[in-house]
Design a protein around this ligand. Structure first.
Ligand code: 5GP
Length: 145
């Protein structure tokens, strides 16, 4: 990440470690400013997270060029989710601060194929790794077409 370190940013958070290649994840999409991957404790099948390659704790820190890049990636991922999971409803969610329920302090956008009335619990149940890998492959292929 080329940006200056934020004073309140912990460089050892789990998403920072992913960006440094220190821990594995199921990649859906990557470009020079963003990374999209499967959420390991999904609130519905096909739950994807999009992060900027900027040291932002939450929305307050997010620079305009990275905000734009995150949304451009979100549009790609959402189109792929609609195609792969054959459902129209995609929830876009983003939590700011622990009071809101934020648990990882590197800005991230959630894209969840679900209805707000069916949404599962937040960050509770681990998904099957093989299923996550398969979904990531399908989404990556859909984005590429
Ligand atoms: P937050 O609570 O900060 O809005 O969301 C953090 C999200 O990160 C949760 O949905 C949680 O399931 C997900 N998460 C936490 N640890 C990991 C991890 O190690 N790998 C992946 N892929 N997702 C994670």
């Amino acid at each position: 990440m080329s940006q200056e370190k934020q004073a309140n940013y912990d460089d050892n958070n789990i998403f920072a470690k992913m960006l440094k290649g220190e821990i594995p994840y199921h990649k859906v999409y990557e470009d020079d400013k963003t990374l999209a991957f499967m959420d390991i404790m999904p609130q519905a099948k096909g739950h994807v997270l999009i992060i900027p390659k900027q040291q932002a704790v939450d929305l307050a820190d997010l620079e305009p060029e990275f905000a734009t890049a995150v949304l451009m990636t979100a549009k790609k991922v959402m189109a792929a989710q609609r195609q792969v999971f054959e459902r129209e409803g995609i929830i876009q969610m983003q939590l700011n601060g622990s009071e809101a329920g934020q648990t990882v302090f590197h800005y991230h956008l959630h894209l969840i194929p679900s209805s707000i009335h069916e949404l599962g619990r937040h960050a509770v149940t681990q998904a099957d790794q093989t299923e996550l890998a398969n979904m990531a492959k399908q989404l990556t292929a859909a984005i590429a077409t």
